[in-house]
Structure formats: C-alpha cells, structure tokens
Design a binder for this molecule. Structure first.
Ligand code: SF4
Ligand code: SF4
Ligand code: SF4
Length: 154
C-alpha cells in the first residue's frame, strides 16, 4: 500500500487547513488512520488540477471502506485467488470445519471472513475477523500466508 509521505506527495501541499487539519501532512496521517477520507480535502476534491491525484487516492482507500474496524485491505489487483489466506484464517476454519477446515470448498459461506470469488479473494463478515472490535488481537494468518502481499492491515 502506501504511506503518509506518499499520500502527502499527492495532496495540494498548501496547508490551507480546509480539511480541519493543521497541514497536508497531518491530513495524510489522518487518511492513513481512516479518520478522514479523500473527500475531506476540498481543494483535492473540487479543483480540476488535482483530479488525477484525487482519483488515485480515492482508489487507494476504496477497498478499505468496509474494513475500517479491522483495517484489512485486499489489493484485488495483486490477488490471484490461490486461497491460502482463506484456509489459514482461524475464524474461517472455526466457522466452516467441514469445508475450509478440511481444505475443501466452503460449506458455510455466510460466516467466512475471506472467500475466493471469481478468482479474487473478498473480505466479508468482517465482524468475524479477529482484528475486529474491542477484543481484537493482532491476528495475521491471512497476511503471512499470502505469497504476493495482497492483504494488508493499515
Ligand atoms: S484541505 Fe487539503 S490542501 Fe488544505 S490542508 Fe487539508 S489536505 Fe492540505
Ligand atoms: S486477520 Fe486473522 S481473522 Fe482476520 S481475516 Fe486475517 S486470518 Fe482471518
Ligand atoms: S489474498 Fe493472497 S493468499 Fe489470499 S487468495 Fe489472494 S493471493 Fe491467495
């Protein structure tokens, strides 16, 4: 993914404070923390000269919109659907012992956190992810089993 410095480079860098932050760098940090979204920078969103950067930044944050509680992002452009993460995910195994848990196809897709659909892994049922909510732990089963770093936590 990216880091705050890379995001900063794509921002207007005028420190106009219209986003409510003291500087564009502070805004970049808030973006990384999912406290603000690209739309919260009015110049970036509205001024034609920043259109391309706005689209780029929006794209970076798009997959994570439904994952703010877990911070899990799937980079769909990298994933090739090998399914390693799907069978490594502990809640997947617990929720589907006869399917995923035995290395076969899912028998209980309604509860899975990660599932391959159309050759790409999709994150869903994020409430089941161990990184969700107040009792979350730093589970990283999915990240470490992915050969192409298609899953990331921000
Ligand atoms: S509104 Fe945009 S340009 Fe202005 S300080 Fe915030 S990030 Fe920078
Ligand atoms: S962090 Fe753990 S629980 Fe969450 S999707 Fe990855 S392997 Fe599953
Ligand atoms: S995210 Fe990685 S481990 Fe999971 S299916 Fe895609 S390529 Fe395989």
């Amino acid at each position: 993914m990216t880091n705050a410095m890379e995001l900063y480079q794509m921002l207007p860098k005028t420190n106009c404070k219209k986003c409510g932050k003291t500087s564009c760098m502070a805004f970049a940090v808030s973006l990384m923390a999912h406290e603000l979204t690209p739309e919260d920078c009015p110049p970036l969103k509205d001024e034609p000269k920043y259109k391309e950067n706005y689209e780029k930044i929006s794209e970076l944050f798009k997959p994570s919109e439904s994952a703010t509680e877990t911070g899990l992002i799937v980079h769909e452009d990298l994933c090739f659907g090998c399914g390693n993460c799907v069978v490594a995910c502990p809640p997947n195994v617990a929720n589907d012992p006869h399917g995923i848990g035995s290395g076969k196809a899912p028998t209980n897709p309604n509860k899975l956190v990660l599932a391959v659909e159309d050759g790409i892994v999709k994150a869903q049922n994020l409430g089941e992810c161990r990184r969700f909510g107040k009792n979350k732990i730093l589970c990283n089963g999915c990240i470490v089993t992915c050969p192409v770093e298609a899953i990331e936590f921000v």
